[in-house]
Every structure is written in structure tokens, then in C-alpha cells.
Ligand binder design. Structure first.
Ligand SMILES: Nc1nc2c(ncn2[C@@H]2O[C@H](COP(=O)(O)OP(=O)(O)OP(=O)(O)O)[C@@H](O)[C@H]2O)c(=O)[nH]1
Length: 689
């Protein structure tokens, strides 16, 4: 397929709560656009987008896969994103690469906790969205309730573009309010045939009223429409679409479409809406980046003739090599071309370029601004890196990577496994910046850290399946943080004799506590010591940064403190960079111990949805877990409990909740903040309680 003009490109993702139907919708999109010839069903475990074996078994989407398809002469780059909070970085990096999104809600469950948090992420990146209310065929489908929840929970303004025809299992089609037509989907040919006809007489009034509401929303973005409305004039569908599109691009309104992906209803109008309302690469603000070593922020308009610049939004390991998904923001690059990796500071080669289909790839000769492509041949690249023209070096704004909160010790099963373990873990880290590996200095164990139990479970599963590495695992543990509770000052002198010569360094450190969530701030004032070079200052700051990551006493990283290097006295002939490093690192460790060292534990935002009968029991158990109830709301016979609960109390909670509610309760959790760890944890680490 020749490259379409940029205004005919849509790069979109599908976001939703787990099980709302994202995979089923994606499958139908690929089918109706002619990308696949067989419809996959999630419940058969053969969906095309969910290609990883464990995804097929679990029936959930773990990694995002980019695929391309065509609708009404527009190229749709479709990026599948996961719905589980443990894979939030996948959502984050996908949103970073996207121009627009389709948010799917289940008409039965409405706006679920996960949809809320993904919605907020999309708000943060200002991603224009249209909404698809799926599962309209299910008993209990509640369109009005879902719309109300969008307003209340998401603080969004939905604009309903369709009315349902038939209810629940009788759901047959929709009224297209803009065109004022009935849209029906054939039962016989997997919904391929869509027919349009007049609105049935019994729905005429409702359709007219609903169309007026659409026109009123459009009028907010078009004064001429407003004037015509006041004069009661008819407004064409095209004019309404144009005005609504402006509202969508400004993230002020969210058109809502209806359907049942499983029953093959509503997908083609959804594709029309993607083309009609979601932005092309020309409609979104230019990418922003910084020139290395300068504070200036450059803007890169989407222009194939501009300097080359792309974001590596996903690095995937494939048979031991890297396959890198790129969003090209500016310029054009040919396969075989060299680029500058400005995040790593090295040249890289884009040996081969591919346009990715769900499970086949098409080799292409070049990639240009607005494209989503995959590249082979990059060696140093990691997720989130910027690749650019060496003559126009720039670093794009990075991804917000959350700190890991759970750790798991792993040990190779056999001798063979031992040799393969670390290389396999390294490859898994290319893909996932929220997954980290380190060695416990005391026990020599390999420790994995990540965003939740399921996150690490999937990593261990992949180690075994994809890399053939058998491992034994310990129990998941909370990743604590060290922090200080009072200010302290410490002078640290380091001396060592090397080949008969005394060398060393000296620093004066001032530590003070910072508020929760502030992180570590290291300052080395210029005036610390007149005449000390940049090298010594950088050495001190770098060494303090490392010492904070290593922790002072428990091995957990230090956080929420300010470290001021008040002086770096220089003794000519003695002071060396290595000496200053040693003094700063050791000084920091010892100073923190004198500063009322304590531990913080991660506290999670927990949202539990249960049948009302079980509310008392579940509330009681949350309180026993040192949980703080933040709110309870009920809808029908379902209760939603929101609480703040320390992560340490939540291991295995899935099993507990299921057995307490006869399998009917569900929950999601997300990191909220760090708080003081309880006395018994402090005592366990030999700290003052
Ligand atoms: N009745 C009905 N069931 C549906 C519909 N769409 C999807 N389902 C079913 O709902 C379940 C979840 O669908 P998925 O497509 O896997 O949902 P998902 O959002 O991709 O889930 P994750 O990949 O786990 O995030 C599957 O069993 C589907 O068959 C629908 O329109 N109606």
C-alpha cells in the first residue's frame, strides 16, 4: 500500500477495563478492514492480536502489538494496549505514541475502576477519544447508566451519536443520529453487510430529540451552527461532524457509539467515527524535545522533509534480537540508514524496517513522519529512547516510569538454567522499564522487582516459555524505601595509600527530610568551593545518587530527602575524583543512619466491587489489613469499596476475596503513596520503631 497523505492517517489505541471487549473489538476491526480472513474469538484462545501463548491461556492482553489496516482510504495504525494495572507502563508508552483512542466500556459493568485510571492517563497525555459501549446484547446492558457514570466518574462530556434498536438479547442495530438512519448488521455473513434504511416510526421522536442534543453539543464548537439552531434550521450531518471533530480534538467532548463486538454489531460505524473524529498526525501538537546540553525545547512538526526523529516506544525481544517499534515524528529514514540514539549517545543502524500486521510483517524501504513501524538492527536501544538525525540531535520527552513496589527472589533450577538466566532477564528488561533486576549483595540472590504480583508472575512465566529457563521463586516481597526523619550534617574524609602516595577526598554533607513523594534531590552549589572543577562536583553528585539507590542500612533505596554537598575541600596533590566519590558515597550512607533512618511501605489504592451481601465481611477484612476506607458506593446490588491498604497486606488477596465472595468479587489496585512502615517491620530491620 502506498503511503497515504498524512491527513488520511489515524494512529489509535484501544483502551478499556479488563474484559470490556478490547480484544474482540480489535479482532473485528481487522476482519472488517480485510486484514484477517478468519475471525478470532477470545474465548477460543485464537485471537490474532493476542499472540503470546500465555495471553491466549489467560485470555488477557499483556503486551501491545501494533498493526496496520485500511478503512475508507485511511490508514489506521492500531496499537493494542493492556487493561491490567500491573502493565500500566504498556498503556503509558502506547498513549505516548498515539494520536487518538477508542475507549471501550461494557454496557453491563459501566465505567470500571481500570477504565477510570486509563482514562486519566489519556487525559494526562491529552489524547482525543471516542467511546464504544460494548456488550449491548447482554442482559443488564444499561446505556443511560453508563453515560451517567462517564459524566460522574470520568468528568467527561459524552455525546451520544447512536440510539440502540432492540434491547439486550434483542439488540439488532443502531440509529445513526447524524444521518438519521437505521443501521442494521446482517446476521448471516458475520456482520459484513451493513444496511441503512429509514428510522422506524416508533423511534422517530426519540431520534429527533437525541439528534437535537448532538446539534447542541456541536454548536459549542461552531457559531454558525449555533445561529442556525436558534433559527430552527436543519443542519447537515457533515457540518455537525466538522464541529464535533473540533470538540473531540480539543478533548472537550467524547462521541459515544454502541454495539456488540461479539455479535458483530456496530464495528463499521465505529471505524467511520475513527476516521471522522480522531486526529491525524497533523492535528496533534508537534513533538517536543530538548537538544542535549541545552535547556531549549524544540518543536518538531510532523513533516517528512524535516530532520529525522522517532521515539522507540517499545522494544521487544525476538529470538534474542531487538525488534523496536518506532513512532516517527519528523523526517524520513531509509532501511539500512544510520541514526543517532540520543538517549544512549551512540549511532545505531536501522537495518530493516517493517510495517507490522497482527502476525505477519511487510518489509518496507522507508519510514516517514506519522508512521508507526518496527525496526530490526538496533542494538543499544531501550524502551523510551529517542532516535534522530545526527545533525539535529534531540531528546524527546521521556516516559513517566513508576517505581517498582514488589520484589521476588528467583533462583535457576539447574546448571543449564543458571547460564541462561541473566541473559534472558536482560532481554526482558529491554522491553519493560518497570521491570528491574539486581543481585542481593548479602545473599547473592537474583531479585526481580516490578509493579505487582501478576507482573512478576508473567515475567517468570515468560522466562520458562520463551527462554526455556527453569526458575524457583521465593515469595513476593514489598519493596520498602528508606527515608530520614531529621536533618543532619556530616563531614566525611576518605584517604587511601596508592603506590606510596596518599590520595583521597573530602565532603561536607547536609541531609534534610523532604515531604512524601518528593524523591531525592541532590544539590552541589557552585559556591561550595571556589575553584573546584566540574568533574569533582559531578563525581560527588553521581556517587550520592548511587548511594541513595543502594540504601543506607536495609538495602532499600533512600527517598524523600535532600542532600546538599556544602563543601568539597580540595587538597592539592591528594584530592582525586575517585577519592571524592568514595567520601561522598560513604558519607551519605553514614549520615542517613544518624538522621533517624526509617522505612516507608507502599500503600495501594484498592477498589473492590462485590455483591452487596458481602459488603460487611469484605469491609471488616479490609480494616484488618490496616486499610483505610475512602468511600463506599452502591449501584443496584453491587457495592464498590475504595480503600487505601498497605501492599504488604495484599499478597494473595485475589484468592482471599474470591473465597469470601464465592468468586463474585473483583478488585483492582494501583500504587498510591509511601507511608511509614509498621513497628514490627522496622524492628525486623533493626531500626528504631
Ligand atoms: N455478550 C458479549 N460478550 C462479549 C462482547 N465483547 C466481548 N465479549 C466477551 O467478553 C470477554 C472479554 O472480551 P475481550 O475481548 O477479551 O476483552 P479485553 O478487554 O480484550 O480483555 P483483556 O485483553 O483481558 O484486557 C470475552 O469472553 C468475550 O467473548 C459483546 O459484545 N457481547
Amino acid at each position: 500500500m502506498a503511503r497515504p497523505p498524512l491527513d488520511q492517517v489515524r494512529t489509535i489505541g484501544i483502551i478499556s477495563h479488563i474484559d470490556a471487549g478490547k480484544t474482540t473489538v480489535s479482532e473485528r476491526i481487522l476482519f472488517y478492514t480485510g486484514e484477517t480472513h478468519k475471525m478470532g474469538e477470545v474465548h477460543d484462545g485464537d485471537a490474532v492480536m493476542d499472540w503470546m501463548p500465555q495471553e491466549q491461556e489467560r485470555g488477557i492482553t499483556i503486551t501491545s502489538t501494533a498493526t496496520v489496516c485500511t478503512w475508507r482510504n485511511h490508514r489506521l495504525n492500531l496499537v493494542d494496549t493492556p487493561g491490567h494495572i500491573d502493565f500500566t507502563i504498556e498503556v503509558e508508552r502506547s498513549l505516548r505514541a498515539l494520536d487518538g483512542a477508542v475507549a471501550i466500556f461494557s454496557a453491563v459493568e459501566g465505567v470500571q475502576p481500570q477504565s477510570e485510571s486509563v482514562w486519566r492517563q489519556a487525559d494526562r497525555y491529552r489524547v482525543p477519544r471516542i467511546c464504544f459501549i460494548n456488550k449491548m446484547d447482554r442482559v443488564g446492558a444499561d446505556l443511560r447508566g453508563t453515560l451517567r457514570q462517564m459524566e460522574e466518574k470520568l468528568k467527561a462530556r459524552p455525546v451520544l451519536l447512536q440510539l440502540p434498536v432492540g434491547e439486550e438479547t434483542g439488540f439488532r442495530g443502531v440509529i445513526d443520529l447524524l444521518a438519521a438512519e437505521l443501521v442494521a448488521f446482517a446476521e448471516g455473513d458475520q456482520g459484513r453487510t451493513v444496511s441503512r434504511g429509514p428510522v422506524p416510526a416508533d423511534l422517530l421522536d426519540a431520534a429527533r430529540e437525541a439528534r437535537d442534543a448532538v446539534a447542541e453539543a456541536a454548536a459549542d464548537f461552531d457559531d454558525a451552527i449555533l445561529a442556525d439552531l436558534l433559527e430552527d434550521k436543519d443542519i447537515s450531518a457533515d457540518r455537525l461532524r466538522g464541529a464535533l471533530r473540533r470538540g473531540v480534538l480539543a478533548c472537550r467532548i467524547f462521541p459515544v457509539l454502541l454495539g456488540s463486538a461479539l455479535r458483530n454489531k456496530g464495528i463499521q460505524p465505529l471505524l467511520d467515527a475513527v476516521v471522522d473524529f480522531l486526529p491525524s498526525p497533523l492535528d496533534v501538537p508537534p513533538a517536543k524535545g530538548q537538544r542535549p546540553g541545552s535547556e531549549t525545547v524544540d518543536e518538531l512538526p510532523c513533516d517528512p522533509r524535516g530532520p529525522f526523529c522517532a521515539l522507540a516506544f517499545k522494544v521487544q525481544s525476538e529470538e534474542g534480537r531487538k525488534l523496536t517499534y518506532l513512532r516517527v515524528y519528523s523526517g524520513t529514514i531509509k532501511a539500512g540508514g544510520a541514526v543517532w540514539n540520543s538517549s544512549r549517545g551512540c549511532f545505531e543502524k536501522l537495518a530493516r524496517l517493517f510495517r507490522m500486521h497482527a502476525h505477519k510483517r511487510e518489509q518496507i524501504e522507508e519510514a516517514a513522519a506519522g508512521d508507526i513501524v518496527a525496526a530490526a538492527g538496533l542494538k543499544e536501544v531501550l524502551t523510551g529512547d529517542t532516535l534522530c538525525d545526527p545533525a539535529h540531535r534531540i531528546v524527546l520527552e521521556g516516559l513517566a516510569v513508576p517505581e517498582p513496589v514488589v520484589s521476588l527472589a528467583v533462583e535457576a533450577r539447574g546448571v543449564d538454567d543458571r547460564d541462561k538466566l541473566l541473559p534472558a532477564l536482560e532481554k526482558l528488561q529491554w522491553e519493560d522499564p518497570t521491570f528491574r533486576v539486581h543481585e542481593d549483595e548479602e545473599t547473592g540472590q537474583t531479585i526481580l522487582t516490578g509493579m505487582g504480583e501478576l507482573h512478576l508472575e508473567v515475567v517468570v512465566d515468560r522466562l520458562q516459555r520463551e527462554f526455556g529457563v527453569g526458575v524457583k521463586t521465593g515469595r513476593p516481597q514489598v519493596v520498602y524505601r528508606e527515608t530520614i526523619t531529621r536533618p543532619v550534617e556530616r563531614r566525611e574524609v576518605f584517604r587511601a595509600e596508592h603506590e606510596g602516595k596518599v590520595q583521597g577526598g573530602e565532603v561536607l554533607l547536609q541531609l534534610s527530610p523532604l515531604p512524601r513523594g518528593a524523591g531525592v534531590r541532590v544539590s552541589v552549589p557552585d559556591a561550595a568551593e571556589p575553584g573546584i572543577g566540574k568533574e569533582l562536583r559531578d563525581a560527588a553528585a553521581d556517587s550520592i545518587g548511587r548511594a541513595c539507590s543502594a540504601g543506607s542500612r536495609t538495602g532499600y533505596p533512600l527517598t524523600d530527602l535532600e542532600v546538599r554537598v556544602a563543601a568539597v575541600p580540595v587538597e592539592p596533590g591528594v584530592t582525586t575524583e575517585a577519592g571524592v566519590r568514595a567520601a561522598a558515597g560513604r558519607g551519605l550512607m553514614l549520615a542517613a543512619r544518624d538522621a533517624g533512618l526509617t522505612l516507608l511501605e507502599p500503600v495501594m489504592n484498592l477498589e473492590i466491587v462485590i455483591p452487596a451481601d458481602y459488603a460487611g465481611k469484605v469491609l471488616g477484612s479490609v480494616q484488618q489489613k490496616r486499610g483505610r476506607i475512602e468511600g463506599i458506593s452502591s449501584q443496584g446490588d453491587t457495592e464498590t469499596i475504595r480503600a487505601l491498604v498497605p501492599l504488604a497486606e495484599l499478597f494473595g488477596y485475589m484468592t482471599e476475596l474470591r473465597s469470601a465472595t464465592k468468586g463474585r468479587g473483583t478488585y483492582t489496585m494501583e500504587f498510591s503513596h509511601h507511608d511509614r512502615a509498621p513497628a514490627e517491620v522496622l524492628r525486623r530491620f533493626g531500626l528504631e520503631a
